[in-house]
Design a protein around this ligand. Structure first.
Ligand code: NAD
Length: 482
């Protein structure tokens, strides 16, 4: 069933059934490109959450006992369905989140591959045999941790949920996931692929609700064995503290404020083009988005001119319109935040070279923005902008630039541009970040881990490390001839 806007009717998925939630309470879903209400999301009650928890507990017993080859086959079948449905999933994603259709469809295709990668990797979740005394078999086993409670945001409506679902299910865990109430239908379409692929009931449960109520309820439940969250630092700290109170492990993928250091020996034009492409992807609403541009003073003029040109070439519009390269911000909160950050920077002496304001049309559109002369005490230099704003700051001394880069409590992504191997290794050694890219600003890949240090969180998603949070280690010493 779809609405007049071609947007599906959103449902919870609990114990293998699509349902509306106990009280019939809903929240509106808004298309950020038009500000029209396109649907409504049902909000779970505590009783709905309890049903989801019971289902996940029962689903875990079924799933952990399913042979790994069968589990893998179901996960691959789900990935196949998602690949087939990517165009439709992309259209739904654009309607609810705003990103250009091409980006949205590519995201849907990419996450099908995330699932394949995790499913295959789980087949190699080996334990080990340790040399011991004769007659004693000493082994280390890796077992699924148990039912997972996961919470994911709205910036990657497919990528966020799939990173958690694919790692959990591949490891043999069941999951109750609360996807974003602002982008619920994409998550629902992902779940539909698993259901259609034959995933047993209860293994994957999807809920929406009041975020604080849902997380408090799920984290407190003794049935939940792992808390996995992607989102802002303040909310991550809150959920990690709650998990700690009940001695549960947690996986925290939090925000960042990525520095880009362009050294004196770099190519300023190549650096600016690459950095601008990454900056305006997903309208800057990416936790690893480059967001503080520290450029050697000898290059700053050419770098800035190229960056401004790239910003002005961005085609801002409704993501469904052909040719659009940047959609609106995903919600009104981001628009308000970007207006506040720009006004604060300008009041403190920054110059707006391009953009700097919302577009004069319906929708949460903010112009690609480049600022210079941004003082260090501007909020923009310490608060994650999560939007299409680029502050460019010149430096003379690399050590001083590194000090600025490392000064914030964040430590997610960092970028460096240099032609010198020695300088590159200095950046590797000194930058406090979990993800470092040199001479490019490309995104994450399934094969390698992503995650932060410092306030940006702990645990890793992607790479073989992704399964670590979802598996527990059991030492078994077996006396064979007592
Ligand atoms: P927010 O801090 O209110 O929420 C961030 C996410 O956490 C949302 O998905 C929200 O639904 C969820 N959330 C909020 N309170 C919760 C709770 N008590 N329990 C469980 N989930 C909860 O901010 P927002 O306005 O949605 O986003 C703004 C900021 O969040 C951005 O500036 C950015 O720093 C951060 N963010 C980070 C990521 C990321 O990928 N790391 C993604 C989205 C947002």
């Amino acid at each position: 069933m779809t609405t007049d806007h071609g947007y599906p009717a959103v449902r919870l998925h609990i114990a293998g059934e699509w349902c509306q939630g106990g009280t019939g309470r809903t929240a509106p879903i808004v298309n950020p490109a038009t500000e029209e209400v396109i649907g409504e999301v049902p909000l779970a009650t505590p009783a709905d959450l309890d049903r989801a928890l019971d289902a996940a507990a029962a689903g875990f017993e079924v799933w952990r006992a399913t042979p790994v080859a069968e589990r893998t086959a179901i996960l691959h079948a789900a990935a196949g369905l998602l690949t087939e449905r990517a165009a439709e999933v992309g259209r739904i994603m654009t309607l609810e989140q705003g990103k250009p259709l091409g980006e949205a469809t590519a995201e849907a295709r990419r996450v099908a591959d995330t699932l394949r990668w995790h499913a295959d990797d789980a087949r190699r979740a080996y334990g080990r045999v340790i040399p011991s005394a004769p007659g004693t078999l000493l082994t280390v086993r890796r077992e699924p941790v148990g039912p997972v409670a996961a919470f994911v945001p709205w910036n990657f409506p497919a990528g966020g949920p799939m990173r958690k679902i694919s790692a959990a299910l591949s490891a043999g865990c069941s999951i109750v996931i609360k996807a974003s109430e602002e982008t619920p239908a994409t998550a629902m379409e992902l779940v539909r692929c698993f259901v259609d692929a034959g995933l047993p009931a209860g293994v994957l449960n999807l809920v929406f609700g009041e975020p604080a109520e849902v997380s408090a309820h799920l984290i407190a439940s003794p049935l939940v064995r792992l808390v996995a969250f992607t989102g802002s630092v303040p909310v991550g700290k809150l959920l990690a503290a709650r998990a700690g109170e009940v001695m549960k492990p947690s996986l925290m993928e939090l925000g960042g404020h990525a520095p880009v250091i362009v050294c004196a020996d770099a190519d300023p034009v190549r650096a600016a083009r690459g950095a601008a492409r990454a900056k305006f992807a997903n309208a800057g609403q990416v936790c690893t988005s480059p967001s503080r541009f520290l450029v050697h003073e000898s290059l700053v003029e050419e770098f800035t001119a190229t960056f401004v040109k790239a910003a002005e070439a961005v085609v801002v519009g409704d993501g469904l319109e052909p040719g659009t390269t940047m959609g609106p911000l995903a919600n009104e909160r981001r628009l308000t935040a970007l207006e506040r950050l720009t006004a604060d920077a300008v009041a403190k002496g920054a110059k707006v070279l391009t953009g700097g304001e919302r577009l004069d049309r319906p929708g949460y559109f903010f112009a690609p923005t480049v600022l210079t002369d941004v003082p260090e005490d501007a909020d923009l230099m310490s608060e994650e902008p999560f939007g299409p704003i680029a502050p460019i700051v010149p430096f003379t001394d690399l050590d001083a630039a590194l000090a600025v880069a490392n000064a914030l409590p964040y430590g997610l992504a960092a970028y460096g541009f240099t032609d010198s191997a020695a300088t590159a290794e200095k950046l590797v050694d000194r930058l406090e970040a979990g993800i470092l890219s040199l001479n490019h600003c490309g995104g994450s890949v399934h094969e390698a881990p992503s995650g932060g240090v410092k306030d940006s969180g702990y645990g890793r998603e992607g790479g073989p490390e992704a399964l670590d949070a979802y598996l527990v280690t059991k030492r078994v010493s077996h006396l064979l001839a007592p």
